[in-house]
Design a protein around this ligand. Structure first.
Ligand SMILES: Nc1ncnc2c1ncn2[C@@H]1O[C@H](COP(=O)(O)OP(=O)(O)OP(=O)(O)O)[C@@H](O)[C@H]1O
Length: 838
């Protein structure tokens, strides 16, 4: 008999994570034996008594553990569908109730249990189900044909651009050093399904959110039954369910039906949900009846089943993951939407947005690996750059790439085959230091050197202002446009990207997007300070980081002009919302425009470093190629609700801030409860109001102690607790105070890498991109925001700075997987809008 096939169910990985490490190793070798030599005397594959589905087997791992599998035998070949690993007694208690059913409407395999909280009741007989399924299949085929015909008609007549084509070549926006192009036309109509979202985005200010009541879904129970194939009992409860009930139902429903409900709750249409999960396989059986082996096998091998099941046969990637000893679900099972963005072939830059924890990084890492594998399969050696804002985040990305695909090369240098993972400033630094020819520097700065230093400090702007004042070039130094804050932004957002070298050019340049309007005399003043800053740089042969990436872009462009070659084939960017204009220019210069050139993951609601950027200005035209992820995999619904309530108080008009040429519905998400949901629920957020700092520290110390004990009791590591502060100073005070109370914590800053064994204390900024099981937001009182008015030089920067304070709290709150606590002394921050906190 030929070797069998191992099929992994998504129920298996969480159970594998629960067993001791050495047992996990034994499980994988047991599965390998099951695949190759199931008859081996060393392997005990036991049928069980009194079972619902006689295909279920218990396979011995060691004295204590058993794996539950379904044996699906077809034409002499075995497919072993692995459900989970349990200790002996739990396995024997569970096995009799389990059965395999293929849903006749969706064609999806479901591992069901007689104990399912939601069971059959009402609905159709088996016969009715089958005939309904056949009718539906015909309906879908007709729909597909009609769609194809419509698309064909559009292509032929050119009557209307498809979204992809609309963002194609030529829509590149304003050239860096050129004239402003005409604004792309706004679409005159918004598709009906998106109208509500678009209007939401236009609301000037949201009222304080009320707890949502009434049905969440905009579909009837009958539609859920007929069109989706949900269990009738579940459908009836779900159709009328309010928010809380819907979550409870989705969580209890272990198979794809639960996720499909959440998808609908995020605004995904019935058609899209069907397109995501329906396998197209016909047959199956009603709830309560196991389905035939052939039906199940066909369904399992359908591509759409990959969200929940994977066959190991020929899947070296999956085998690699299992062999690695680390079993997080994200490495094998992607949400259908995530999978789409991993695999989509793009005709230019593509952007995935989505709230915190929706798996944007997961998509990016899978995509980088897919591009590398695809190239290797066709004998190529693609040069892939995977980058993000900071080095710490880049290190985390590198770890994920290694976990997913240890065998793919991760070169240290730009231009080598494989996945080069590094921070965006390091790329710029590398491009400048490795350049043979630094003359393009002169095109950006007006001077050049063979030995640049990278050491300029923001305070050198003060020296430049002083120098300009000393030369009598400034009339009044208290004017906003001659403050360091204004000049830094003007330099990085206007002067450097446009490669302005002279006052004459600066007087002419379009400053679109900058809030403050400047007259001629004011521009002269600004230029005098900028010229002084540049002279300082030239004197010291020193570049700041914005200059470095601007120079890197010029060097890369010059090299491409001379050789016709760019240094990368694909560029993937995480945390894109925090990148600055010249960094985008540099990334654009790494890769030629074309298929799969740039892929960007970002969340505008998490922007905590830079001002919004209109990517189209830097040759990154994403119009029509921006998509949104909506299911939060990280944090519970309770924590997410709290985090989103912070955003709601702010006027995040993302569409206007960054890409006003996009439909606002393409980018809105965070403030819109209906479009962003968590996949699980947990305890309520804990609020810890305190009378003063000492009281707050006491309360937080007690909570950390309690959490630490609970985590240690369960065999976990207390470094999964994160305590976040707004300022470095608060962090240091807190760490000292906890230390005085005999509570060991680790203070994390730029220079300390974190270790396990103790809770971590760090700033909100440092926690960006990280996640913890438990989080305390410390010191969220009315003095916890920076005095934004002090550094803001106009209305626009004031608003942006206020939004950044909200974003910081949002970032902090969404680091928590399970439990979140918010502490403050005295009056709570005005940014906390929830009733409990006020
Ligand atoms: N398909 C999936 N199955 C299981 N877990 C997933 C899946 N996708 C993402 N996750 C988990 O959700 C969490 C958040 O994922 P990720 O960090 O990619 O989100 P993100 O959108 O980049 O978040 P942020 O914007 O906050 O950085 C991680 O723990 C990740 O492992």
């Amino acid at each position: 008999m030929s070797d069998g096939i191992i099929a992994i169910s998504d129920t298996f990985l969480p159970t594998l994570q629960q067993v001791p490490r050495e047992v996990a190793g034994q499980v994988t070798s047991t599965l390998e034996m099951l695949r190759t030599t199931p008859e081996s005397p060393g392997l005990h594959v036991e049928p069980l008594q009194n079972v619902k589905d006689d295909r279920i087997r218990s396979v011995r791992v060691n004295r204590k553990y058993r794996v539950l599998v379904f044996r699906l035998n077809s034409s002499g070949q075995n497919v072993w569908l692995v459900e989970g690993v349990y200790n002996h007694d739990a396995a024997y208690a569970k096995a009799p109730t389990l059965y395999l059913r293929m849903n006749p409407i969706s064609g999806t395999t479901e591992i069901r249990s007689d104990d399912d909280a939601v069971q059959t009741g009402g609905g159709y007989s088996e016969e009715e189900v089958r005939s309904r399924a056949a009718a539906l299949a015909a309906e879908m085929a007709a729909e597909r044909l009609a769609e194809q015909q419509a698309a064909e008609a559009e292509r032929v007549t050119g009557a209307e651009e498809t979204p992809e084509a609309a963002g194609g070549a030529g829509a590149g926006g304003e050239a860096p050093a050129g004239e402003k192009q005409a604004e792309p036309a706004q679409p005159s109509t918004v598709p009906a399904a998106q109208t509500e979202l678009a209007l939401d985005g236009d609301e000037p200010r949201r009222p304080k959110p009320e707890a949502p009541t009434g049905p969440v879904l905009a579909v009837t129970a009958q539609q859920l039954i007929d069109d989706l194939g949900l269990d009738p009992h579940l459908a009836e409860q779900a159709a009328g369910a309010d928010d809380t009930t819907l979550y409870a139902l989705a969580e209890k429903t272990k198979n794809w039906q639960g996720t499909a409900l959440l998808d609908l709750a995020t605004g995904t249409s019935l058609e899209d949900v069907r397109a995501a999960y329906f396998t197209g396989v016909t047959g199956g059986s009603a709830v309560g009846t196991p389905s035939g082996t052939e039906d199940v096998l066909q369904s399992l091998s359908a591509e759409k089943s990959q969200a929940n099941y994977r066959l190991i046969e020929d899947d070296t990637a999956l085998a690699e993951v299992l062999a690695s000893g680390s079993f997080e679900k994200w490495r094998i099972f992607l949400h259908p939407e995530q999978k789409t963005y991993v695999e989509v072939n793009t005709r230019g830059p593509y952007r995935v947005t989505g709230g915190a924890g929706t798996g944007k990084t997961v998509v990016l890492v899978h995509r980088a690996v897919r591009l590398a594998r695809k190239s290797a399969e066709s004998g190529g050696s693609a040069r892939i750059v995977l980058t993000t804002y900071t080095r710490t985040l880049a290190d985390a990305l590198a770890q994920q790439v290694r976990a997913l695909a240890p065998s793919i090369p991760r070169p240290d240098a730009l231009g080598a085959p494989g996945i080069h993972v590094t921070g965006v400033d390091r790329i710029a630094h590398g491009a400048v230091t490795s350049a043979q020819d630094l003359t393009p520097m002169a095109d950006v700065l007006g001077w050049t050197t063979r030995t640049p230093k990278f050491s300029r400090h923001a305070r050198e702007w003060d020296a430049a202002i002083q120098a300009a004042a000393a030369a009598d070039a400034l009339r009044d130094r208290s004017q906003p446009h001659v403050t360091a804050a204004f000049l830094i932004d003007e330099y990085r957002e206007v002067v450097l990207p446009h490669r302005i070298l002279t006052e004459v050019d600066y007087l002419r340049v379009s400053r679109t997007g900058r809030g403050t309007r400047l007259g001629r005399a004011q521009r002269r003043e600004v230029w005098s300070a900028i010229a002084a800053y540049r002279e300082g740089g030239q004197r010291d042969s020193a570049l700041d980081w914005d200059e470095t990436s601007a120079v890197a872009a010029a060097i890369l462009d010059a090299r491409a002009a001379a050789t016709g070659e760019r240094v990368a084939d694909h560029v993937l960017v995480d945390e894109g919302q925090d990148l600055r204009p010249t960094q985008w220019q540099m990334l654009r210069a790494l890769v030629a425009e074309g298929e799969d050139d740039m892929f960007i993951a970002e969340d505008s609601h998490q922007r905590i470093y830079s001002n919004p950027v209109k990517l189209g200005r830097y040759g990154i035209a994403i119009r029509g190629r921006s998509r949104r992820l909506k299911l939060n995999y990280r944090t519970t619904a309770q924590n997410l609700d709290f985090a989103v309530s912070i955003l709601r108080g702010g006027d995040f008009d993302i569409a206007a801030m960054e890409d006003d040429d996009l439909l606002s519905s393409e980018v809105t998400h965070g403030a819109d409860r209906g479009t962003f949901r968590s996949i699980r629920t947990g305890p309520e957020v804990t609020f810890l109001p305190a009378v003063d700092l000492a009281d707050e520290i006491e309360k937080v110390a007690a909570l950390i102690r309690q959490w630490t004990e609970e985590i240690v009791d369960e065999g976990g590591d207390p470094s999964t607790i994160g305590v976040l502060t707004r300022f470095n100073k608060t962090r240091d005070t807190l760490v000292r105070a906890l230390d005085d109370r005999g509570l060991r914590v680790v203070s994390v800053d730029r220079n300390t890498s974190y270790r396990g064994g103790a809770p971590l204390v760090m700033t909100f900024h440092r926690a960006k991109g990280m996640e913890f099981t438990h989080v305390v937001l410390f010191g969220v009182d009315d003095s916890s925001s920076v005095d934004v008015a002090r550094s803001a030089y106009d209305e626009q920067t004031l608003e942006a700075a206020e939004l950044q304070e909200r974003s910081l709290l949002y970032v902090g709150a969404t680091r928590a997987r399970d439990q979140l606590a918010v502490a403050w002394a005295g009056t709570a921050s005005a940014l906390l809008e929830t009733g409990e906190a006020r």
